[in-house]
Design a protein around this ligand. Sequence first.
Ligand SMILES: Cc1cc2nc3c(=O)[nH]c(=O)nc-3n(C[C@H](O)[C@H](O)[C@H](O)COP(=O)(O)OP(=O)(O)OC[C@H]3O[C@@H](n4cnc5c(N)ncnc54)[C@H](O)[C@@H]3O)c2cc1C
Length: 484
Amino acid sequence: MSELLDIEISKRSLGEMAPRFKLLSTLMPGYVAELESWQGKAREFADRVIRPKALEIDARCHDDPTYFDWDLVKASTPYGFLSMMVPKPLGGGGQLATATGIVLEEMCAACAGIANIFGANGLGVSGVLLGFDLYHYERTLTDLVRGDRNGEPVIFAAAVTEPLAGSDVEDREYMEKAKLVMEARPVPGGYLLNGRKVFISNGSVARWNTVMAPLDRKKPVETLCGFMVRQGTPGFSIGRVEKKMGQKACPAAELVFEDCFVPKRNLVGHEGEGMRFTELVLGASRGPVGAIATGIARGAFERIFDYARRKKVGGRRLIDRQWVQIRLADMARRIHLARQSYLDATMAFDFTGMPKLMKTLPARFALELLPSFVRGSELYHRLMGSKMGHQLVQGMFDRNLEESDLRHIQQYSSMAKVTGSDIAVEVAYEALQIAGLESSLARLELEKLYRDAKLTQIYEGTNQLNRHNIFTNAFPNEYADGCR
Ligand SMILES: Cc1cc2nc3c(=O)[nH]c(=O)nc-3n(C[C@H](O)[C@H](O)[C@H](O)COP(=O)(O)OP(=O)(O)OC[C@H]3O[C@@H](n4cnc5c(N)ncnc54)[C@H](O)[C@@H]3O)c2cc1C
């Protein structure tokens, strides 16, 4: 496979792929050098580990959706992809949305199913990071760092979707009418979780699931909470693992909660902060979903470019025909658009979102100066869980995350998700069309890329709902909701 893809385009530098990095490298050389380094690591991992196994794992997971290739994930540990978002003072890579996007694009050009193991892990990690609960940084995120260091990977997942509520639970407006089945009932010392989550990527293999559940299903917006649920907790089990059309290497599982007791310390942040986390997480993660889609489109482009160089029709190579050149040029143009769109979204997040909070004095003090045993102690948890702790964190959010910044982040992240995923489907479709009969052959990987591409239009809110999200954030409070 690597021989098939021995083309110059898959080796372009960051500056060649997106000219903004040439300018940025003069203004912020350290920032760009770090991104380049992550791109190099992802490229090496994709060539060395992902490409040789992609087709085999896809076929295996088709026969048995519960199959999970732990060896492959173990091979990722020296690179630190699973812990790349964990803050540096905790031993992680300290990266945010842009580096995550760049890594995912590289991996997805090789295989989006395998890449999504890392993408879904990032989604779970974001739930903790954006909860800004340093007790959980210490207690759960450091598991990822140890896992990468010891070669015994630890995986996270985010459980938001419910059997009767997918898009609804991702949007404050729709949430009010969502048909939820999950509920967290306060009991002495903690909460009892009951209900089900569905289609949770990595859910069946994750050590930690970030689970969203309301205290009162009739008031979901006001009472939604995020809970860390560890694999093996009594009352928590894995239901069906879905047989899905694409991205098969990453299992999508049903999570079942039956009187599952979680102690109070497993609550992320405070009661009722869940909707804000969900919105922040989606603002952070839809940009990287655009990157996943860009990678799939690039994968299809690289394969069809290579095919067109090799395939002769009527004595001439396909690539020497003008109609093919025009189609390839148009694919390259669209991939460029998708990439710009996700970079705008991820940079909007990295420069105006959560990182602003991380740079505040109290956050730097807690992250950089407090010893880890203090951050991870019950006393610290109780202090931060108190009214005063709540006011401190709430005040930091209010002072540093302006409404207009949040709207920008939401708008650009939905734009990146819609633009990228639509382009991924179009480019994969074009590639299939150019290859004609041979496009259906599994070994060309084009049919797999098309299957993988389609899912990006659905997850993290359907593209329809994301379009509406663009509208409401770009033109707040001006128009009635014509969606319902
Ligand atoms: C491969 C894969 C992996 C996934 N991984 C995860 C994961 O890790 N964690 C997780 O929590 N979830 C995950 N999901 C779930 C995913 O986020 C949801 O599928 C997605 O949000 C869409 O929800 P839904 O499928 O329930 O569609 P629905 O919300 O039921 O939508 C169905 C249709 O109705 C439309 N619609 C919905 N609401 C409205 C409205 N108010 N007005 C007008 N039209 C509307 C939609 O646009 C769509 O056309 C995954 C899904 C897939 C396919």
